[in-house]
Design a protein around this ligand. Structure first.
Ligand code: FAD
Length: 353
C-alpha cells in the first residue's frame, strides 16, 4: 500500500489540468499527488480515436493550461495529421515538461471509503489517499440504445468507440445511427467508399446556421449539463444543447443529399432494418454513433449514485462526499470545460489539505 494526499484517476485533458494547477499550488507530482491511467500511451481518449478524425472538424479543441509555455497550441497544429497523433504527442511533451509522472498502464478497479482515508484499488496494488479526483471521461462506457431484433442482425454492430476507418466497410451497406457530429463525420468519410448509406436519427437534426459551435450554443449546452449534475440526474446529450453547426462541409453534404436523415427505424432484422411504414433497408453494418456515459463503475463502493440516475456534482465536487471530485463530468465535458475543472477543483483541494 502506498500513501499520497491526492489520487487523480485518468490523464486526459481533465486529469492533466487538475495536475497542472496542483503543481502550481506547489504540490509535488509523484509524492503529494499521483496520476494513474490505464491507457498504454498519452492522449487520454484521443489516443483511441479513429485515424480520419481531424482536430477541429466540428468543435474547437482548447489548449491545456500552460501549454503555451512549451510553444504548443492545437490552433496551429498540422490539421492534415490524425487528431489522435497530435493530441498524444502534445500531451506527452506536456507531461514531460511539467514532470507529472503519470503512472501507466494502471487500471483502477475500485475506490473504497476506509473512514478517514480513501483506498484506490488498482492492478498494481492499492494507494491510500485523502482525496480522489475522478477524471476517467466517457470513452470506456459506450452507449448503445436497445432496439427489437438487435441480436438477430447477421451483420456487424459498431459503436463510435470501435470504428477504425471507412475502408473496413468498403462496398458495404451501412446504417449510421445518431444525430451528432460523430454520425455526420462517419457519413462524410464513408461516402464513395461504402455502398448504400442510410442515416437514422431519433429526432430531426438541429442544424444551426453557424460555421462552428457558437459561444451561445455552447453556453446553453453547458448550462443544461450543469443543471442535471447539480440535481443528480442522468446527463443530457451534448448535441441536444449545442445543435450541429452547418459548416461548409456539412452544408455541401446536405445539398448533395448525403446528410438527409430518415427518422428512426422500428426494429432490426437479420439482413437490415425495418421502418415504421414497414419498408426495409438492407444493411451489412450498423454504426451506433449514440454517445457515451460517464465511466464511473469503479466508484460504485462509494454509493454516490442518486435515484435520479446521476451523481450530484457542483463545481466538480461530489455532494455526497467532499473528498471526491469529478473532473470532466457534465458541464466540464469538453476540452475547455476540462481546463476550468482543473482550476476550480485544485482550489477546493488546497482548501482541504
Ligand atoms: P478522456 O480523454 O477520456 O481521459 C480519461 C482518461 O481516464 C483516459 O486516459 C483513460 O485511460 C483513463 N481511465 C478511464 N478509466 C480508468 C480507470 N478505471 N483506471 C485508470 N484510468 C482510467 N471536446 C472538445 O472540446 N473538442 C472536440 O473537438 C471534441 N471532439 C470529440 C470527439 C469525439 C469523438 C468525442 C467522443 C469527444 C470529443 N470531445 C471534444 C470531448 C472531449 O474529448 C472531452 O471533453 C475531453 O477530451 C475529455 O477529457 P477527459 O480528460 O475528461 O477524458
Amino acid at each position: 500500500m502506498t500513501d499520497t494526499q491526492v489520487v487523480i484517476v485518468g490523464a486526459g485533458q481533465a486529469g492533466l489540468a487538475v495536475a497542472y494547477y496542483l503543481r502550481r499550488f506547489e504540490l509535488t507530482p509523484g509524492e503529494d499527488f499521483v496520476i494513474l491511467d490505464r491507457g498504454p500511451g498519452t492522449g487520454g481518449a484521443w489516443q483511441h480515436r479513429w485515424d480520419a478524425l481531424r482536430l477541429g472538424s466540428a468543435h474547437h479543441v482548447n489548449d491545456l493550461p500552460g501549454m503555451s509555455e512549451l510553444g504548443l497550441s492545437f490552433d496551429t497544429a498540422d490539421r492534415t495529421l490524425p487528431a489522435k497523433d497530435i493530441v498524444a504527442g502534445y500531451y506527452r511533451r506536456y507531461e514531460d515538461h511539467f514532470g507529472l509522472q503519470v503512472q501507466r498502464p494502471v487500471t483502477v478497479s475500485r475506490v473504497f471509503d476506509r473512514g478517514a482515508d480513501l483506498v484506490v484499488a488498482h492492478d498494481q496494488g492499492e494507494t491510500r489517499t485523502r482525496i480522489v479526483v475522478n477524471a476517467t471521461g466517457t470513452w470506456g462506457a459506450p452507449f448503445i440504445p436497445w432496439y427489437p431484433g438487435m441480436g438477430d442482425f447477421a451483420g456487424r454492430h459498431l459503436h463510435t468507440s470501435s470504428y477504425t476507418s471507412a475502408e473496413e466497410l468498403a462496398g458495404q451497406s451501412v446504417v449510421v445511427v445518431g444525430g451528432g457530429t460523430s454520425a455526420i463525420g462517419f457519413l462524410l468519410e464513408l461516402e464513395g467508399v461504402a455502398g448504400e448509406l442510410t442515416w437514422a436519427t431519433r429526432r430531426p437534426v438541429d442544424f444551426r446556421d453557424e460555421s462552428e459551435l457558437t459561444i451561445e450554443g455552447g453556453v446553453a449546452a453547458v448550462a443544461a449539463q450543469d443543471a442535471a449534475a447539480r440535481a443528480g440526474q442522468a446527463l443530457p446529450s451534448i448535441v441536444s444543447g449545442t445543435g450541429v453547426p452547418r459548416t461548409r462541409r456539412i452544408a455541401a453534404g446536405i445539398d448533395r443529399g448525403l446528410l438527409v436523415e430518415r427518422g428512426m427505424f422500428a426494429r432490426i432484422e437479420r439482413d437490415g432494418v425495418v421502418w415504421d411504414d414497414g419498408s426495409t433497408t438492407r444493411a451489412d453494418a450498423i454504426i451506433w454513433a449514440t454517445g457515451f456515459r460517464p465511466e464511473l463503475r469503479h466508484l460504485a463502493p462509494l454509493k454516490l449514485r442518486e435515484k435520479a440516475g446521476g451523481l450530484t456534482v457542483a463545481s466538480g465536487a461530489a455532494w455526497q462526499d467532499s473528498r471526491i471530485f469529478l473532473a470532466g463530468y457534465g458541464p466540464q465535458a469538453s476540452t475547455i470545460g476540462a481546463n476550468r475543472a482543473g482550476r476550480v477543483i485544485a482550489r477546493q483541494i488546497m482548501a482541504q489539505i
